[in-house]
Design a protein around this ligand. Sequence first.
Ligand SMILES: [Zn+2]
Length: 286
Amino acid sequence: MMADSRAVAAADEIERDRFSGDDLGLDERKTLVQKHKEEDEAIFFPVIHGWGTDGHLTVCRIAQSRLSEAAAEAVKKLLPETAENDLGSVCSWADQVKFRYRWSSPLHYIDTPDDLCTYQYNRDCKDENGEKGRCVAGAINNYTTQLLTYNSAASQAEYNLTEALLFLSHYMGDIHQVWDANIIETAEERLYDSNVDDLIDAIQQNITTEWVDLVKRWETCSANKTTCPDIYASEGIKAACDWAYKGASEGSTLEDDYFDSRLPIVNLRLAQGGVRLAATLNRIFG
Ligand SMILES: [Zn+2]
């Protein structure tokens, strides 16, 4: 159902932006954003809300199905026993501990200047006190580094690698989200009889068919890095600016044309999140 030409066109657009730079100049984009701001005071900036439980579940289910043997084994060992080897079941754990681990709450997002449709690690990845690296991209780097110590005996005392795995899996979802969870819930209701498993199956289908050529590029990190959250974040900011500001106002967020035009992007971002979480874990655990 989702393997339609719109989804492929949207995927192509995101890829083109990533690989050949923006076709809009910065000034033009600024104007676009400002224009919409003037037209509609109630504009919302969509990077703040989380995917919600089903979005995270989708990312983790896709990821776990793509793990190498070594990574699958390591994940199985690190997961809490109550998860019964289902990464998806604990993929929203980081949201649940946001208040107990208060230090972790700025790690779920990135605040970019909302008049610029760009992201720069040095400028934007900090918490409200200005502490560097305290954003979702910094958190992905940090937990990846921790997990890379998996096979060294010393790490067991220094880090809680179970928590590191759960944080990494959750933040990989957060960094790929472009709209709040409503759109996923609406998709489930309208297209999949409120069954999240059918949504996941449909995205998995696209990954192995229409998107199969893109998937290889999603998996790749520049300069042989283990993970590349700056790329994931830049794409997200760009997609949010391109799509969220186009004709979106508070009252119309779930109207049909809004929903139909944005759902392909949401599906694509969920797929990218899952594919990249798997690729990152495969590089970490070998
Ligand atoms: Zn989150």
